[in-house]
Design a protein around this ligand. Structure first.
Ligand SMILES: Cc1ncc(COP(=O)(O)O)c(C=O)c1O
Length: 380
């Protein structure tokens, strides 16, 4: 059994999440975990760092073999070595794919904030389309709304799967529906699957593995950053089955192609060779328990509405009924809990809450938030 209840102090780890808070504020915002990375990953990094030569690495064909067997074992998905293109990390891969298509692009909101800044980074116009939400606060991509918003200039669509921030793990039917829409309008799907191994409920389906059609109109991007908690060791890969799209992407990548980071490479070998599968399973179990605890707490607060979280470790809280201009500011000032403000995802009245931390930290953060709301009700 791995110990997720006791975590190393993040002091001295250059953590942006902890650096931003002072006093007794609990940071439940940036999407990394407060847990140590899997022991086999840590050992591999330490061993590699002990070698005093840090020259340019060769092309990582051995690593491709691990990624290929990982996709085969976890998803039953076949990947050919030439389909894999290493990228500096997921977002630069998304930018390269957007730029190779040109035109306009679209996605559903709420959406991960960095993706919402890509129109500026890729210098392309974007169309943002709100998701639909039912009476149980269940979010889904709104295909009818996408249909109403699409223009002939749209050449690509970013799918975030599992979805940050609403925590959806999309079903085969939903992906097929999106595929039909994109096929009709000749749109490339750029599938950001960085949270893929954080499928806590349901089974993540890598987009390219959906069917033969998916292979010819997609670029799937992923990394071990989230599941192994190593986003500070940037690296990632695109899976591009279609030869023509692959050639286009590779040509866009001039000047962007990584020569590789030797510590990331050491970590990725262990992330994908199966040696931390047990750790990953235990992590998912721990996260499910954290999620259940957080959901049962928020579900008791009538002013907060949450979708059931199927994946990621990020809960999306609709705080509209609290009536605050800035609910994140309320939680920071009154509960001493730092969450992400919903504005950056497209919705001012929401906040994003990261529950990937030891249970006592989560319990304390939830209790403070509950108390702050109770106090606010009394003072109303
Ligand atoms: C959906 C999504 N994509 C991409 C990233 C960042 O990817 P990278 O650091 O590999 O560029 C994040 C980080 O939170 C994310 O949530």
């Amino acid at each position: 059994m791995y110990q997720f209840d006791s975590c190393p102090s993040r002091a001295g780890s250059d953590s942006v999440k902890w650096h931003a808070v002072s006093g007794d504020i609990i940071p439940m915002w940036v999407a990394d975990m407060d847990f140590a990375s899997p022991p086999s990953v840590v050992d591999a990094i330490v061993n590699r760092a002990a070698h005093p030569c840090f020259g340019y690495p060769y092309n990582q064909d051995d690593l491709k073999a691990h990624v290929i067997s990982h996709y085969q074992n976890k998803y039953g998905a076949k990947v050919e070595p030439e389909w894999i293109i290493w990228v500096p990390s997921v977002i630069p891969g998304v930018v390269a794919a957007l730029q190779m298509m040109g035109g306009e692009f679209m996605y559903s909101i709420p959406m991960y904030d960095h993706i919402r800044r890509l129109d500026a980074e890729a210098k392309l116009p974007v169309i943002e389309v709100p998701m639909k939400r039912d009476e149980n606060c269940h979010y889904a991509m709104d295909i009818e709304a996408l249909e109403a918003a699409v223009t002939p200039a749209v050449k690509s669509l970013i799918l975030c799967s599992p979805h940050n921030p609403v925590g959806r793990v999309y079903t085969r039917e939903e992906l097929l529906e999106l595929q039909a829409f994109c096929k009709k309008h000749d749109i490339l799907i750029i599938s950001d699957e960085i949270h893929c191994e954080l499928d806590l409920e349901g089974r993540h389906i890598p987009y390219f593995s959906l069917n033969d059609e998916a292979k010819i109109h997609s670029v799937t991007l992923s990394s071990a950053g989230k599941i192994c908690n190593i986003p500070g060791l940037p690296m990632g890969f695109a899976i591009v089955p279609d030869e023509k799209i692959r050639a286009m992407l590779i040509s866009r990548q001039d000047g962007l192609l990584p020569s590789g980071n030797v510590l990331s490479i050491a970590a990725y070998e262990k992330a994908y060779d199966g040696s931390c599968d047990e750790w990953k399973n235990e992590l998912r179990t721990y996260l499910r328990e954290n999620r259940d605890l957080a959901e049962s707490c928020f579900n008791k607060i009538p002013e907060i509405r949450i979708p059931h979280n199927e994946g990621t470790y990020l809960l999306w809280l609709d705080c509209t009924d609290l009536g605050f201009e800035n609910p994140a500011q309320f939680f920071e000032e009154k509960a001493h809990v730092k969450v992400c403000a919903g504005e950056i995802y497209g919705f001012n009245q929401c906040v994003r809450f990261n529950y990937a931390c030891p249970r006592d930290q989560l319990t304390e953060a939830l209790s403070r938030m509950e108390k702050a709301i109770a106090q606010w009700r009394e003072e109303k």
